[in-house]
Design a protein around this ligand. Structure first.
Ligand code: PMP
Length: 400
C-alpha cells in the first residue's frame, strides 16, 4: 500500500457540495476515517458487543483480548511497553489526568509551551505557578533562554510537540533532557505529531505523552496517555470505581497496577477496535512515508501562501513543519464567513477562529485566523483548490 492509493479508502472524500467534490483540509480538527477503521468498529458491535475484563464468557474474553491487543499495538507503534499505555477519552482527558493527578502546590513552577492548546495550559493554570517557555522572534523555542529557565527547578514542563496553529515542531528531546537534568517531569501534547510522523517514547524520553485516536484516522472518544515509570506511582487516578481496584472492603481498597488503575468504568471498546485498525493502517503505509508526504504538503501550503500578499502566515520562519498552516487575511478580521463560503461555494472544509490556542493567536494575529491542515489523503491539487477559492473570495469579502 502506498500513499498515492489511499484516497478510495476514505468514504467522505466521495461527498459533494452542490456537485463540487469535497476538499477536506481540516484534519488538525479531526482526520477522516478509512473504511478499515469503520469496519473494525462495526465488527465489534455486530459480532462481539460484550463488555471487557468482567466476564469469563467467550464474547467477553474476545472483547478483552482485542482491547488489550490494541494496547499492545499502540505500545509497539510508540516503542514502549503496553503497561505504560493508558486509554483515555481524548487528549484533553489525558492532559487533565496529569494536571489533576500530580500533587502540585500553588507555588510549584510549571513551564508551558507558548503555543499550548487550551487543553494543555488550562488544567495547569490555577493549580501551579505557570511560566511560558520563551520563544525567539520567529516563534520557535529559544533553547538558550529555556536552559536558563529550567534552572529555576520547575516541577513539570508541559510541551506542545507540534502546534495545531502553526504546524511547527518543538525540539522535544533537547527540552526533555534539560528538564530531566533539573529534576522536572515532562508531559508532551502529541495530538498533532503522532498522526504525522514517527513518535518514539525512548527517543523523546518524556514522562508522559498524550494524543487522540481521532486525529490519526481513528475514532472519536478514545485517546492515549503514555505514563513512564518516573510518573506512574506519583499519579493519582482522576476517577475510581469499577475496573481500577484489586480489593475492596468497607474500610479501604487496593488500586490495580497501571495502566488499569487509570481506566475506571466501561471504556470505549469499539474505539479500541478502531484505534487498532488505524495504527495498522498507518503502519502499513509506514510512518516514515507518512512524514515525507506531510513535509511535502507543508511545503506546498507555505509556498502557495507566500505567493499572496493579502495573507500573513503565522510563524512563517524556518524549522520543521507539519502540514498545518494558519493565516490572517488582510481586511477580514472575522473569518467565519470566509470559512463558510469556502465550504458552501467551493467544497473546501477548513477552520477559522482562535483554534483553542487563543493567547497565541491573539498575540500573533490580533484576530481570528484561517487554518488549512492536511493529511495523507490530501494532494497538492487540494491545496491549490483552496488557495484559488480564497483568491476569488478575498476581493468579495474584504471590507464587505
Ligand atoms: N492538543 C492539540 C495540539 C490539539 O490540536 C488538540 C485538538 N485540536 C487537542 C490538544 C485536544 O484534542 P481533543 O479535542 O481530542 O481532546
Amino acid at each position: 500500500m502506498t500513499i498515492r492509493d489511499v484516497r478510495p479508502d476514505f468514504p467522505v472524500l466521495a461527498r459533494e457540495v452542490d456537485g463540487t467534490k469535497v476538499t477536506y483540509l481540516d484534519s488538525a480538527a479531526t482526520a477522516l476515517k478509512p473504511r478499515q477503521v469503520i469496519d473494525a468498529m462495526t465488527r465489534y458491535y455486530t459480532e462481539v458487543s460484550a463488555n471487557i475484563h468482567r466476564g469469563k464468557h467467550m464474547l467477553s474474553e474476545e472483547a478483552s483480548d482485542a482491547y488489550e491487543m490494541c494496547r499492545t499495538r499502540v505500545a509497539a507503534f510508540l516503542g514502549t511497553r503496553a503497561a505504560e499505555v493508558v486509554f483515555t477519552a481524548n487528549t484533553t482527558h489525558a492532559l487533565n489526568l496529569v494536571a489533576t493527578g500530580l500533587d502540585l502546590e500553588p507555588d510549584d513552577l510549571v513551564l508551558v509551551s507558548g503555543d499550548a492548546h487550551h487543553s494543555l495550559q488550562l488544567p495547569l493554570r490555577g493549580r501551579a505557578t505557570v511560566d511560558w517557555i520563551p520563544t525567539d522572534a520567529s516563534g520557535a523555542v529559544d533553547l538558550e533562554a529555556y536552559a536558563r529557565q529550567v534552572e529555576r527547578r520547575p516541577a513539570l514542563v508541559a510541551i506542545t510537540h507540534c502546534s495545531n496553529v502553526t504546524g511547527r515542531y518543538a525540539p522535544v528531546a533537547e527540552m526533555a533532557a534539560l528538564a530531566r537534568e533539573h529534576g522536572a517531569l515532562t508531559v508532551l501534547d502529541a495530538a498533532q505529531s503522532v498522526p504525522h510522523r514517527p513518535v518514539r517514547v525512548p527517543e523523546l524520553a518524556v514522562d508522559a505523552i498524550a494524543f487522540s485516536a481521532h486525529k490519526m484516522l481513528g475514532p472519536t472518544g478514545i485517546g492515549v496517555l503514555t505514563v513512564g515509570t518516573a510518573l506512574t506511582e506519583r499519579l493519582r487516578p482522576a476517577l475510581i470505581g469499577g475496573g481500577v481496584v484489586d480489593w475492596v472492603d468497607t474500610e479501604s481498597w487496593v488500586l490495580r497496577r497501571p495502566p488499569h488503575r487509570f481506566e475506571a468504568g466501561t471504556p470505549h471498546i469499539a474505539g479500541a477496535y478502531g484505534l487498532r485498525a488505524a495504527v495498522d493502517y498507518l503502519d502499513a503505509l509506514g510512518m516514515a512515508a507518512v512524514a515525507e508526504h506531510d513535509a511535502w504538503l507543508a511545503e506546498v501550503l507555505h509556498t502557495e501562501a507566500a505567493k499572496r500578499d493579502y495573507l500573513s502566515v503565522l510563524a512563517p520562519g524556518p524549522g520543521e513543519r507539519s502540514a498545518t498552516l494558519s493565516v490572517a487575511v488582510r481586511d477580514i478580521p472575522d473569518l467565519t464567513e470566509v470559512a463558510q463560503s469556502l465550504s458552501d461555494s467551493y467544497g473546501v472544509m477548513c477552520r477559522s477562529g482562535h483554534l483553542c490556542a487563543q493567547p497565541l493567536v491573539n498575540a500573533a494575529a490580533g484576530s481570528a485566523v484561517l487554518r488549512l491542515s492536511a493529511q495523507i489523503y490530501n494532494t497538492a491539487e487540494d491545496i491549490r483548490t483552496a488557495f484559488a477559492a480564497l483568491d476569488e473570495l478575498h476581493p468579495l469579502l474584504a471590507g464587505a
